[in-house]
Design a protein around this ligand. Structure first.
Ligand code: DC
Length: 224
């Protein structure tokens, strides 16, 4: 079974997808982490993320591995564990930039399709229902207002010890929404056959319950 969860940053996709994958015994694939890993490579190697040709040329030097542990998905860039390094605001913005580049998307979408061939998966991202897994049995578009999402993201960053303020997080969220929805290739959009869930007024528990009910109703009942 393939489940696609798309939506803007901070809507709760990864937390909910991770919990659901654990309950169902599915593989959880966080595709945003893959774009972040390429963003990190560019930042560390002084490759400007605006220079499409330089980023595309760098792809041949990038090897991304994903390993699964009890804690979840770990990301490796050319053999180095970069799981924590890819979570800073600087890398969020680099990831959003490289995600506009056609060669980057082809490189990662191919990897993502292959990963879904062999396993029952819950994959989260921006283009999973529309482009990576158009044949997914269930497509969910998880969303909330920019203010609600910024509030959550701000709390997460503070908990991780990253210094920031709410206004900066909100401005960054709005900028990323704009980048992700206005780009030419595979922009963030709702697949025709997706179920839209607004998590704005919901607690994490409530959002999870809504998603698990959708999964059960759409063929996932045998896994629960
Ligand atoms: O989900 P995230 O915030 O970790 O994603 C980081 C960036 O990668 C985000 O700005 C959009 C981009 N992305 C994408 O274009 N397509 C995906 N399938 C996943 C993420």
């Amino acid at each position: 079974m393939k489940i696609a969860i798309d939506g803007p940053s901070g809507a709760g996709k990864s937390t909910i997808a991770k919990m659901a994958a654990k309950e169902l015994g599915f593989v959880y694939i966080d595709t945003g982490a893959m774009y972040r890993t390429i963003g990190l490579y560019c930042v560390e190697n002084n490759i400007s993320t605006d220079e499409y040709e330089s980023v595309s040329a760098a792809l041949k030097n990038i090897s991304i591995d994903i390993k699964y542990t009890a804690e979840g998905q770990s990301m490796f860039l050319n053999g180095e564990d970069v799981t924590d390094k890819i979570r800073t605001p600087q890398i969020s913005s680099a990831a959003s930039d490289v995600a506009k580049i056609k060669d980057v998307r082809c490189f990662l979408v191919e990897m993502q399709k292959k990963m879904a061939e062999k396993n029952n998966v819950i994959m989260d991202g921006r283009d999973i229902g529309t482009s990576v897994l158009p044949d997914a049995e269930l497509k969910i578009f998880l969303t909330a207002s920019a203010e609600d999402r910024a509030e959550r993201r701000y709390k997460e960053l503070i908990e991780k010890g990253i210094k920031t303020d709410y206004e900066t997080v909100l401005a960054d969220m709005i900028q990323r929404d704009k980048n992700d929805s206005e780009r030419e290739i595979s922009p963030l959009s709702v697949a025709e056959d997706a179920v839209v869930v607004d998590t704005g007024g919901y607690s994490l528990e409530k959002s999870y319950e809504v998603i698990m009910n959708l999964i059960k109703e759409n063929g996932g009942v045998k896994y629960v």
